[in-house]
Design a protein around this ligand. Structure first.
Ligand SMILES: [Zn+2]
Ligand SMILES: [Zn+2]
Length: 275
């Protein structure tokens, strides 16, 4: 199975490969730059070359670039939309240079424009991108606070329908759960994925952010917990991991480092539960 963690690129993007190997991961995710500021990825050709080479040598992949949190695809504001397109385009071009398969982005918030308009804005914004061949853009599910979109599977399905781009989807288990889709028992996991299949299509699921949730189902609160140690729990996580929709999909951990548990612990836990 492909399971890895969201690792740091401190000291150079090529360092991410070693960090992934250190936690026992064989796929992974990075921010190319600080996700809280408008800043384009910056790295030398040599760095990109080493990243590609070491990923190949160590058999780490696929990789995902998580776009900046400032990107807001659904925004009705022209300036913010332009900045979002430029930032996301830079991430897509970085993925191309690094040989990275996926760029992952949230839909953002409609900030008063309404859900329908927000979804149309998101699709239009995505259509302004020039997605390099070999790179796939993923829209991620959201926990759904404020006017953020993507908490309902319907939103993801609508954007896939309305955009002319060939998009796929990343489900974050903590977000899905917080958004109100129960994942805490095998029966609920079955129901949730049946609904996802109905509204989005399991064939469009390209990545799972595997996180347990510190908060209950439907709370819209986004705080990640160690695998099996949150409100989804061991039975729920095992049911997700062994579900046929998930079994062959790369899993990326965005779990916290606390209580003496780190990514290595979560990678091992994930492999145990999937077994
Ligand atoms: Zn995310
Ligand atoms: Zn996530």
């Amino acid at each position: 199975m492909q399971v890895g963690a969201h690792v740091s690129v401190a000291g150079g993007v090529d360092n991410a490969v070693d960090r992934e190997v250190d936690v026992g991961g064989n796929c992974g995710q990075i921010f190319t730059t600080s996700p809280q500021v408008w800043q384009d990825p910056e790295f030398e050709d040599g760095e990109a070359e080493r990243f590609r080479e070491w990923s190949r040598e160590e058999n780490v992949g696929p990789w995902v670039i998580h776009a900046s949190y400032l990107v807001n695809l659904a925004t009705p504001k022209k300036k913010l939309r332009e900045k979002s397109v430029a930032s996301l385009q830079a991430e897509l071009d970085a993925a191309d240079r690094l040989g990275i398969d996926y760029v992952n982005v949230h839909l953002g918030a409609h900030t008063g424009a309404g859900v329908e308009q927000g979804l149309t804005n998101a699709a239009d914004t995505l259509d302004a991108l020039d997605i390099p061949e070999g790179v796939t853009l993923l829209v991620e599910s959201d926990a759904g606070s404020g006017t953020k979109l993507g908490d309902e599977f319907d939103h993801l399905g609508a954007v896939l329908d309305r955009s002319t781009q060939d998009l796929e989807v990343c489900l974050d288990t903590a977000h899905v759960f917080a958004a109100g889709y129960d994942l805490s028992t095998p029966a609920e996991v079955e129901t949730t994925f049946a609904e996802f299949d109905d509204l989005v299509g399991v064939e469009n699921l390209a990545c799972v952010h595997l996180n347990d949730s510190k908060h209950g189902c439907g709370t819209n609160k986004d705080e990640h917990a160690h695998v099996g140690e949150g409100k989804i729990g061991t039975e729920g996580m095992r049911a997700v991991l062994t579900h046929e929709a998930v079994r062959d999909v790369p899993l990326v951990l965005e779990t916290p480092e606390e209580n003496g548990k780190d990514f290595a612990w979560n990678v091992e836990r994930t492999r145990e539960l999937a077994d």
